[in-house]
Design a binder for this molecule. Sequence first.
Ligand SMILES: *[C@@H]1O[C@H](CO)[C@@H](O)[C@H](O)[C@H]1NC(C)=O
Ligand SMILES: *[C@@H]1O[C@H](CO)[C@@H](O)[C@H](O)[C@H]1NC(C)=O
Ligand SMILES: *[C@@H]1O[C@H](CO)[C@@H](O)[C@H](O)[C@H]1NC(C)=O
Ligand SMILES: *[C@@H]1O[C@H](CO)[C@@H](O)[C@H](O)[C@H]1NC(C)=O
Length: 877
Amino acid sequence: MTRLWLVLCLWLSLWSESVLGSILAIDYGADFIKASLMKPGQPFDVLLNRDSKRKIQSTVGWKQKDRLFGQDAANIAGRFPLDSFSHLKILQGAPYESDAVSFYTAISSADTVKTERGTVALRRSDGTEWSVEELIAMQFAYVRDLAESTAGEKIYDVIVTVPPYYTQYERDAVVDAIEISGLRTLALINDGTAVAVNYAMTRTFSEPEYHVIYDAGASSIRATVVEFAPVASDGKSKAGKDATQITVHGVGFDRYTGGTELDARLRNMMLADFEKRYKRSISQDKRAMAKLWKEAGRVKAVLSANSEAQATIESLAYDLDYKAKFTRAEFETEARDLKHRFAVPIQEALARSGRKLDDITSVIMTGGATRTPMIQDAVKAAVGANKLAYNVNADEAAVLGAALHGASLSRQFRTKDIRITDIGPYDIHISYQAESKQPGARPRTINSLVFPSGSKTGTKKTLTFKRQDDFKVKLGYKVPLLRGWPTDILEAEIQGVAEAIKNITEAGATDPVVKATVMLSESGFASIRDAIVTGEFKDESIAGKLKDFFGKGSPSSAPVDETTADVGSAEDDTASTSTSSSLATEATTTVFTKKEPINLEIDVKFSSLPPLSVTEKRAGREKLKAIDAEEGAKRRREEARNTLEGYIYKLRDLLADESSDSPFMKCSQSSERKRLAEKVDEAYAWLQEHGDDADTIQYIDQRSALESLERPIVHRYKEIEEFPQALNNSQMWNWSSRMFLTEARLNTTKELEAGLPTKYTKEELDEFEKVLKDHESWLNEWVEKQKKVKMNEDPVILSSEMRARAKVLENHLQKLYKKRPPKAPKKSSSSSASTSSSSSSESTTGSAEGTASASASASSASDTASSSQDPHRHEEL
Ligand SMILES: *[C@@H]1O[C@H](CO)[C@@H](O)[C@H](O)[C@H]1NC(C)=O
Ligand SMILES: *[C@@H]1O[C@H](CO)[C@@H](O)[C@H](O)[C@H]1NC(C)=O
Ligand SMILES: *[C@@H]1O[C@H](CO)[C@@H](O)[C@H](O)[C@H]1NC(C)=O
Ligand SMILES: *[C@@H]1O[C@H](CO)[C@@H](O)[C@H](O)[C@H]1NC(C)=O
C-alpha cells in the first residue's frame, strides 16, 4: 500500500489544483460497499466510514423513524426484519418472476413486492414501498456524503463497478440508482477489469502476460482472462512513459455460487439443527431467520480460520437460546455439491478466450469469498498451487482500480497510462422485418448478430438497410440468459425514411440506403446511435467532372445533369450564357447540390424491461430529497433541544454557586440573578413538559429568552477584560501623536530658520493638536468616570468606542505622516530623488528612528492592511 501511495502521490502532485473536481468510485457488493475518493492533489485511498472502517455493509434500514446505513442497519435485522435491507445487489434490474428474486427471498426476511415495471420493490413494516433502485440510491448518496465530508467539497461524478456478467437491464438499474442519488455516471467498469487496472498500477510488463482475475464475491464467482501488454504511449516509445494495455479476452461466471450461497447453507444447517432439537418450526419467523442469517455469516468467517466454531443466539425463538458447535468438515460436506462449481468459471473464461492454462502466468485471487478454504482448495486443485497469487488486496483492488480508471477518464488527473479493452459477454443481435415483396405476403424476420459474445466494448457498427419506408429494428440478446428475464433490449423505429429518400434523390443521389449505427458502449450498453439516409453522388469536383467527361464521354448521360435544372434555374440561365460547355455549368451546380446524408429520427422504446423513465427517476429523487429534508429538520430540532438543555444546565451551575467570585457572580446583581433563576426554572419546567414534541423554533425562543437575561452580565465581563487593552491602545496613539507633534514643530522651526520650505503648515499642526487635545480630554474624562463604575454595573464607555476614537486620531496622524516632503531646491532635485527612491525600497522596516519608528510599528500592528497597500509609504520612511 505504501509503495502504491508513493507512486500515486508522485503522479497526483503534478496537477494544478484550480478547477478540478473529485471523483468517487464505488464497488457495490452484495455484502459490502467499498468506495474510494480521487481528489486532485491528494493521495487516494479507500474511503473510511464514520467508524473509520474501510468497508461499509451494503445495508439500509429503518429503526422506526430513523434511517440507518451499514452495520447499524444490518444490526437491527433481528428486531426489525422487515425494515433492514441487505443483498439488494441480487435484485438489481431483476424481474419479479425470476431466479434472482427466488434466491433473494430464500436468504432475506424482507418483504418483496412487484413494481409496475415488473421489477422488485421492498415493503417496510409501515407499508411504504421502496424500489431496489431507490434503496441503492440511498446507499450511493450515503457514500457520496461521506466522500464530500472527506473531500470538503461537492462530488458529482461516480464510477461504479459491476460484475462482467451484468446484462443491460442490470446495468440500467445501476445507472438509475446513481441518477436517483443525484450523482452522475462517469462510467461503469467490470469488476475483474478494475482489479486488472489495480494490478497494473504498480507493475510494468516487458512482454505480454496472461492472467486470470478470479473474483469470488458474496453473490457470485467470476473469472476474467486478462492480457497485460506494454504499449508505447502516443506511438512513440518514450523511456519511462510507456503505457500498459489491458485486454480482456474472456470471462466465466457463476451467478449464484458465492459467499452468500455458503452463508445460506450454514444458515440451513443451523435451522435444521434447531428444528430437530426443539421440534418446532421457525422458518416462518422472520426475526429468528434474520438472527440465524447474521450468525451464519459470523460462523462462516470463524470456520475460514478454524476447524470448528460455536454458534450462539440468545432468545432465537420461543424464548430459547440456541447454542451449537459446527465443524468445517460438516460445513464442507453440506456444501460439497458446490465444490466442483468454484473453479468452473476459470475453465469457461479460458475456453472463451481461446487460451490454455499453460498460457496463464497466475490466477490472481480477489473478493471476500477467496478467504473460504473450500474455494481456495477448489481453485488450487483446478489450476495448481503454483499459479495461485494473492498479490492484490482481496477487498479493495476493484475499487482502487475503478478509481484510477475513473480518474483517467475525467482527464483532470495525470495518472499512469493504463488502457482498457473490455468485452461484452453475450451475443447481441439485431432483428427486423424484411420489406414485403408483394402486398399481403407474410413479412420475414431477419436476424443478424451485431455484437457476438466477446465483442470489444466501445465499438460502433454501421448497418445498411435498403428501405423505402419507416421500419423498426430490435436489439436483444440472442438467447435467454436467465430464467424469467427478457431477451429484448430495445426497439427503435426509424422514421422519415420516405421523405429523406425523396430529398436525397432530388439532391442527386442514386441508390439511397438507410445506414444505422449501433454501439456497444465502454460501460456495456447496446444502443442505436443514429440513422441516416445516404446515397451515391457523382464526384462533382472539377477534377471528377473532367474524369467523367474525358473518361466516360457524354456528360449528359449522368443523372446529375437532370437535377441541375431543379436545383437552381437562375444559375442555369447564367450558366447557359457561358460558352464554355457543360463543364462550367456543372461546376456552378455543385454549389447547390446537397451531398450530406440526411439524419433520421429514431423513436426508441423499451418493450420488455425498460430502464426507469425520467419521470420515475425524478419521483425517486424527490422521495430521497424528502427524507433528507426530514432528517435534516429532525437533526436541527435535536440540536436546538440539546443546546437549550445544555444552556439551562450551564446557567443553573452559574447561579448555584452564590459564594463564588466567578466572573458571572462578580458582574451580576442579585436582582438580575433572581430574574434569571426564575426564567431558568420556567424553561426547565417547559422542557419537562413539552421537550419531546416542541418545534425547533420553540427551543430557540426559550434559549433566546434566557440569553437576553444573561447577555448584559456577559457583556460587562467582556468589557472588563477588554478595557485595559483598549485603554492601552488609546494611550499609545495619544503618546505617538504627542511625540510626532513635538518633533514636527521642532522641524518646522528649523526649516524656517534655514529658509527652507516647511513640510507642514502651522494650520495643519494646530488642527492636529486640537484633535489630539480633544482625544486626551475625552479619554481623561471617561476613564475617570469608568473607574467609578462597579463591576456589576454597565460600563459607561465601551471599548469599541475607545478604539473608534483612537482610530480617528491614528488616521489623522497617518495622513500627516504620509505627506510628501516639500520639493527640494531645484539644483539637487534629480540626484536626491533617485537616492530617496532607491533607499526607500530597502528600508521597509525600522530603519528610521525616534518618533517615526514608534508610530510606524504602532501603525503596522493595528493597520497593516491599509498601510501596506499604500504605494508611497516606503518612500516616506
Ligand atoms: C426534405 O426537404 C424538405 C424541403 O426542403 C424539408 O422541409 C424536409 O425537412 C426534408 N426532410 C428531411 C427528412 O430531410
Ligand atoms: C500596552 O501595549 C504595549 C505594546 O503592545 C505592551 O508592551 C504593554 O504591556 C501593554 N500594556 C497593557 C496594560 O496592556
Ligand atoms: C495623553 O497624553 C498626554 C500627554 O502625553 C497625557 O498628559 C495624558 O495623561 C494622556 N492621556 C491618557 C488618557 O493617557
Ligand atoms: C523631522 O526631521 C527629521 C530629519 O529631517 C526627520 O527624520 C523626521 O522624520 C522629521 N519628523 C517629522 C515628524 O516630520
